[in-house]
Unconditional design. Structure first.
Length: 184
């Protein structure tokens, strides 16, 4: 229900209740402005005409035009499939490379997907996580080997320990360099 704008009634604020009632009864609401609106019957008529024109257009198309439209739709569908397969192949290739570097499968798949999408922040974060885990593993392996006392015959009184530790350090350095080559 429309509200009455009492500011359009002169002196309304100062009137008594009976005068206000009389003023409201005498007040005539202006007709609403429907400019820009379309009547329903006109709209329905125009919609029916448009549907008729569409049917006429479809009927007038030649077989050649219809065949071209079908071919275009099929080509679009095939292109979408090719794009999808290329994406899957690229992700698979990236994943295989990450697995070859020693990443676990879940991290490799996640990193490959991020690389394909161009999410470099995620790629760098995943690679950092991998390198941190690899460094911890190398340190743990090196420390695990150092905990074992070297076997010796007891005649050289410590010379064997120095040689063994030197050889282990050289082997650890070599392993670290080989691992770093995979990331270059």
């Amino acid at each position: 229900m429309a509200k009455i704008d009492v500011t359009k009634i002169e002196g309304y604020a100062e009137m008594s209740a009976e005068d206000k009632l009389k003023a409201l009864e005498a007040f005539e609401m202006p007709d609403p402005d429907f400019t820009g609106w379309v009547k329903k019957d006109v709209f329905d008529k125009k919609a029916s005409e448009a549907a008729g024109y569409k049917k006429q257009l479809d009927a007038s198309k030649t077989d050649e035009q219809k065949a071209k439209e079908e071919t275009d739709a099929r080509m679009k569908e095939l292109q979408e499939k090719v794009d999808s397969l290329e994406k899957e192949k690229l992700v698979s290739t990236y994943k295989a490379k990450y697995l070859a570097q020693g990443m676990d499968e879940k991290l490799a798949a996640d990193t490959a997907e991020a690389l394909q999408k161009g999410d470099h922040e995620k790629v760098f974060a995943n690679e950092k996580a991998f390198l941190d885990a690899l460094a911890k593993k190398i340190k743990a392996d090196a420390l695990g080997e150092l905990d074992k006392p070297p076997m010796g015959d007891g005649d050289d009184k410590g010379d064997n320990i120095g040689k063994t530790l030197g050889a282990r350090k050289a082997a650890s350095i070599k392993a670290a360099k080989e691992t770093l080559k995979n990331f270059q």
